[in-house]
Structures are given as C-alpha cells and as structure tokens.
Design a protein around this ligand. Structure first.
Ligand code: 13P
Length: 292
C-alpha cells in the first residue's frame, strides 16, 4: 500500500517557517486545517433589491466545487431573503449587525432571533464603521457577540487599529484589548462559532492594503492572544480574516500567509468579477511527497 505524506511548503524567504496540520481537499489541494473563508461586506450597497439579487447571482456563479474556500456575504437587511434565494444555498448570507436585545422598545433594532427566523446564521459585529459612526463600544460589541452565540448563531468579530494607533506602534495592544473585551465571557466551546476579522481602519476603503507581512504579523499577534485566552486548540482552529482594500491583485499574497485565513472584502465584493477572482484566489504552493 502506498502511504502518502504531505509537506506543506510555503516559502517567503526565510522569515518564518510554518507546519500546520493539513487536510486533503477533494481537488487534491492541501490547506491548513482552518479552511479559508472569503466573505463580502456590502455595507450600504447596492441601492435596490433587484441590483442586490443580480449581484448575488453573478457572485454565486463564481463559487464552484474547486473554489478553495468557504464563502459568505454580509448584506443589508432588506436584501437578505432575496439574496438567499439568488445564491440557492450555495453559501450563507449574514447580517451586517444586530442589536444586543431580544425584544422590546428598541426602534429600528434587529435582533438575532429575527434573523434566525429567516435562516440567517451569521452576523458581523464590531465593524469599525459601527464603532465610529454609530458609537458601538467594546462592551456593546461584547453583548452583541454573546447574544448571537447564546442564540446559536455565529459571529464575525471585527477588530483593528486607527492610522494614529498604527503610527504609534500600538497595533498589538489595540488588537489585544479589543479581542479581550469583545470576547469576554465567551467560552472555549463557543469559540467554534466565532471568526475574527482584522481590519486596520486606515486600510478600509482607502486603497491602502496592508502588506502581507504587516497583516501576517498582526494576525500572529491576534492568534497568540487567543492562545493566551483559550489555549492551543482554539488558537489553532479560529479563522482570522484580513479586511481592508483587498483586491484580486492583493489576495494571493495575503492568502499565502500562514495566519491569514481569509478576507472580509468591502468595495471589491460589489463587483462580481473582482470578488469571483478573490474567492478563487491562487493558493500558495504545496508539495506532495509520496513515500513508497
Ligand atoms: P474595503 O474592502 O472596501 O476596504 O472594505 C473593507 C471592509 O470594511 C470590509 O468589512
């Protein structure tokens, strides 16, 4: 019988080496155990349900069995059901935010159970636009995360530093504080329903994508924070996505980094061809070694 051993060879000079647990996907490509996750955040776009459905259909046509990742779209509430039908259950449609309440006098609020009642399993929390434009604090975001999880949903927790914090070399401490405050009270088991999106505020919508090396360094810091909080299993299995001006041109370099497990894409997720190329990023080289 032929035994097959696989070596994941990712080479970016000699700055680091990485030997993750590997899985063999049906298309014979190997990935780290954390399956890549490419997601879109439509924000306040597009302008009509018809446009949303059309865009979702076009995006869906780019998702094939050989696409190297899980996919999800976070879309405005009024478009959720139309977009769900358009993608025919090919991938999940999430909400962009929730309020951390179940019912009552919260005008314009949308609760986790309301979303669940229309088949939504995912929501973003802590996006920097929610933090700055809508005053959502780490404590409020923590309540959102906890309620989503209590209600059996999954959450993509967004964190990231401002330009000023970046320039003052505060990236590590800022991400650590945001992670610790926003995840407070969430158990090791519950972390199975959490993904993290590192989105440097200075890279969002600016065209200034973090270099793969900078993003990798921050992702590694975030993973070490998870390691300290929850131990190795959670740290090694939690998907940490990068967000901030991701494009077809930048995605392959980002996805080649060992601690970058996916992308949360704003502007480029509004263009089906661009987002399709991002979904079908070209994985870093893997070598397959056969031992007789
Ligand atoms: P851009 O990709 O437009 O920079 O947006 C990133 C983002 O905010 C995703 O949540």
């Amino acid at each position: 019988m032929i035994k097959t051993a696989y070596i994941l060879a990712i080479s970016f000079g000699s700055t680091f080496s990485f030997t993750p647990k590997v899985v063999l996907r049906p298309n014979n490509v190997l990935y780290a155990e954390r399956k890549p996750f490419i997601t879109g955040n439509w924000k306040l776009n597009p302008q009509t349900k018809d446009e949303a459905v059309q865009l979702a259909r076009e995006i869906s046509s780019h998702v094939t069995p050989s696409s190297p990742c899980d996919v999800a779209l976070f879309v405005p509430y009024p478009f959720i059901e139309g977009v769900q039908s358009a993608v025919i259950d090919k991938f999940p449609i999430g909400a962009e935010a929730v309020i951390p309440e179940l019912a009552g006098a919260f005008t314009a609020g949308i609760s986790p159970p309301m979303l669940q009642s229309i088949g939504v399993q995912w929501s973003l929390a802590g996006h920097s636009e929610r933090r700055t434009l809508f005053g959502e604090s780490d404590e409020y975001i923590n309540r959102q995360c906890k309620l989503l999880i209590e209600q059996g949903m999954s959450v993509m927790l967004c964190i990231g530093e401002t330009l000023e914090e970046f320039e003052k070399n505060l990236v590590g401490p800022v991400c650590e504080i945001q992670l610790k405050k926003c995840l407070a009270g969430i158990s090791e088991q519950e972390m199975a329903r959490v993904a993290i999106a590192y989105e440097p505020v200075w890279a969002i919508g600016t065209g200034k994508v973090a270099t793969p090396e900078i993003a990798q360094e921050v992702h590694s810091i975030c993973r070490n924070v998870l390691r300290e909080m929850y131990g190795d299993d959670v740290a090694d299995s939690t998907r940490i996505l990068y967000g901030g001006s991701v494009t077809p041109e930048s995605v392959d370099g980002l996805m080649a980094q060992p601690d970058i497990d996916g992308a949360l894409v704003g502007g480029a997720s509004l263009d089906a061809d661009k987002f399709g190329r991002i979904i079908n990023f070209v994985p870093s080289q893997v070598e397959q070694l056969q031992i007789a």
